[in-house]
Ligand binder design. Structure first.
Ligand SMILES: Nc1ncnc2c1ncn2[C@@H]1O[C@H](COP(=O)(O)OP(=O)(O)O)[C@@H](O)[C@H]1O
Ligand SMILES: [Mg+2]
Length: 228
């Protein structure tokens, strides 16, 4: 199994607080890796490090065997490493069409059709301002924007946060098809059945360190229990 991303002995944090205390991760190519853990475990921080939004204080990151520890977020995105953050990151005052066009043009792929094929509901709302969309629709728009960049690696933070089970189920199913198409997916989530169902490999984070790595089936019986 080849490695897409390898994070080695990663230390990172905010101001005087260290959040990741020497984290090691191997993200396999073309698979779904789930980063699970309770609130505050360091999942979003890890995704920010992978996307280049938060610098490593020590340690290193390689992508397809090349060191990218200091590569900018924009350069990572241009090469296909895309983060969909947990706050529904869209331009609220722009329309759905404008939100899609901006990213399509920035990444050199001018056609927004693939996004509308993936999420037909957005087609009905092209002229609507993103700020007036429902939570689920805004999440779809954020995912659709990432999709337009034709990602090699998609980092998705808390896909189902604040959504109804039905909408969350639709989005997980969509992410499954993206993964089936060969995109490497890294999914940060709470202990949800959907995340475990989709994952090929699970890392459990606890206070900025890895407390478990392995097959999701090994975790399922204890899914309702607090991690150690
Ligand atoms: N922007 C920030 N400034 C300061 N501390 C932060 C910031 N973001 C997160 N933290 C802290 O880092 C720790 C890990 O947070 P986070 O990575 O968001 O965890 P998770 O995504 O697993 O809930 C928490 O203690 C949180 O309070
Ligand atoms: Mg988080």
């Amino acid at each position: 199994m080849s490695a897409e991303l390898i994070l080695t002995n990663a230390r990172a944090g905010y101001r005087t607080i260290e959040v990741l205390h020497g984290l090691d991760l191997i993200i396999p190519t073309g698979k779904v890796t789930a980063l699970l853990g309770v609130n505050g475990a360091g999942k979003s921080t890890t995704l920010r490090v992978l996307a280049g939004l938060l610098p490593l204080r020590s340690g290193s990151l390689t992508w397809q065997s090349k060191t990218i520890t200091t590569m900018s977020t924009l350069d990572r995105a241009r090469r296909g490493l895309m983060l969909v953050p947990d706050e529904r990151a869209v331009f609220a005052t722009l329309t759905v069409r404008e939100n899609l066009q901006i990213i399509a043009e920035a990444t050199g792929h001018h056609d927004i059709t693939p996004a509308l094929e993936a999420f037909p509901r957005l087609r009905e709302r092209l002229t609507q301002r993103a700020g007036t969309l429902s939570g689920g629709e805004r999440r779809m728009l954020a995912l659709a924007r990432a999709l337009l960049a034709r990602p090699r690696v998609l980092l998705v933070d808390e896909l189902s946060l604040g959504l109804s089970p039905k909408v969350a189920g639709e989005l997980f199913a969509w992410l499954g098809t993206v993964a089936d198409g060969g995109t490497t997916v890294v999914l940060a989530d709470q202990y949800t059945e959907e995340a475990l169902g989709l994952a090929d490999i699970v890392y459990v984070l606890h206070r900025g360190e890895c407390s478990f790595v392995g097959d999701p089936a090994e975790l399922k019986p204890t899914v309702s229990a607090e991690p150690v």
